[in-house]
Write a protein that binds this ligand. Structure first.
Ligand SMILES: [Zn+2]
Ligand SMILES: [Zn+2]
Length: 411
């Protein structure tokens, strides 16, 4: 009996000791975790919606950096510029780029100012999606597009935007009375493509200027945006030109196109050699030419884009540029971010929100006028399959939950 009691007591003591040691160990690992958290290095990533801009800061995000045809890894040209004063500007809205824009979860009322460099679809192809889809996503304000005239009226931005509205006519008419009318206003600010360094926008301390670019036909332009002592330049598509060399001086950031090599166009894109040489060096800017432009301009930071940044392509582009330029450089892919202040330029990648939802507008939603609403004809409505009962249950459920009293339109 006695020895059994002793064994029992010893067992309890060992058990207690074990728990004490375990909890001590746990405390130690908790401390370790704390240390790791305290000493975590900067991940070099920008999480959308997680950082306020400083009042003197500019944030630039690449939304599209690739080619005219679709590719999951690179949308066509689009750049977002956000300023510490709250203003936001889009430069080009190329095909595929609005998915990247949406991943930032910025309210669409802040994404209603677009400056188009030229009317190639890889620079404006997603305008219908931003113009109409932006309203479904919560935009209540009119949509503004700035862009150049053409060598004839039907090659200018105004003609293009007027006909974009016709392209989406069925869509617009069907949404009349269902969404705020003023959000569907498309206001085009066309300017003479030949005017040099002239102001096309000036508001709230922000000045945007344009000058001619050399690209295929007359019409393309380049832009600068100046605010609070910072200067951003977006070249669009262009052969290296004297206007860029004059008006892009003293810039903090210069974004300029930079094509892949003629050999890449022949071998990977299947271009015949004559076309490869024409497209990659005569219609556009080669890496070697890009470097020469930047060596003359000497921006605080140069950004090259308009290529596929594959592992076997990027080194050749870098080598080409480095033959003629040794200054600060980014080879841009989609969803990179540049935070620019007078003291510092910080380059990171965006960690996009893959399953993003539109953020609500902070502005009051304008009153709705649904008098002009168009619905299906009686002939078409006569073809409904009977789900009246099922829909009535949904109406009852929602009315009960939200204290409303709505009736289904189709009975
Ligand atoms: Zn282009
Ligand atoms: Zn182009």
């Amino acid at each position: 009996m006695k020895s059994r009691t002793l064994i029992f007591a010893a067992g309890i003591l060992i058990g207690i000791a074990f728990i004490v040691v375990l909890s001590f160990k746990n405390n130690q690992s908790d401390d370790k975790i704390k240390d790791v958290a305290l000493n975590a290095r900067d991940r070099g990533v920008y999480f959308p919606n997680s950082e306020d801009l400083a009042p003197d800061e500019m944030r630039i995000i690449s939304l599209g950096t690739g080619m005219p045809y679709g590719r999951r890894a690179a949308a066509a040209t689009s750049w977002l510029v956000e300023l510490g004063n709250g203003d936001k500007f889009l430069f080009d809205v190329g095909t595929g780029s609005v998915a990247n824009l949406g991943s930032l979860e910025i309210p669409y009322d802040f994404l209603n100012k677009v400056f188009i460099s030229h009317l190639h679809t890889d620079h404006m192809g997603d305008l219908p999606a931003l113009y109409v889809g932006g309203v479904v996503g919560g935009r209540t304000l009119p949509f503004h597009v700035w862009g150049p005239s053409g060598d004839q009226e039907n090659r200018g931005t105004k003609y293009s935007m007027d006909h974009l509205q016709e392209f989406v006519r069925w869509d617009l008419d069907g949404r009349t009375g269902r969404l705020p009318a003023q959000a569907f206003e498309l206001i085009t600010h066309e300017f003479d493509f030949m005017e040099e360094n002239h102001v096309v926008y000036e508001e709230n301390g922000v000045v945007v200027r344009a000058w001619p670019a050399i690209h295929i036909m007359d019409g393309p332009v380049s832009y600068s945006l100046e605010w609070n002592g910072l200067k951003f330049v977006f070249g669009g598509d262009t052969y290296p030109n004297k206007w860029m060399d004059m008006y892009a001086r003293d810039a903090d950031i210069v974004i300029h196109e930079c094509m892949m090599s003629a050999e890449t166009a022949i071998e990977d894109m299947g271009f015949p050699p004559a076309r490869a040489l024409e497209v990659m060096t005569q219609i556009h800017t080669s890496p070697e030419a890009f470097g020469k432009v930047m060596s003359s301009l000497k921006p605080r930071h140069a950004i090259a884009y308009h290529f596929f940044r594959d592992f076997n392509i990027a080194p050749g582009i870098n080598d080409g540029i480095r033959q003629t330029y040794d200054g600060p450089l980014s080879l841009a892919g989609d969803l990179m971010v540049w935070n620019v202040t007078k003291e510092n330029i910080r380059v990171r990648n965006v960690a996009p929100i893959e399953e993003a939802w539109p953020s609500p507008t902070p502005f009051p939603i304008p009153p709705m006028d649904n008098s002009g609403m168009i619905t299906e004809s009686e002939e078409i409505k006569s073809g409904t399959f009977d789900v009246v009962q099922e829909n009535q249950m949904i109406y009852d459920r929602v009315n009960k939950k939200y204290g409303t009293n709505f009736e289904p339109r189709i009975k």
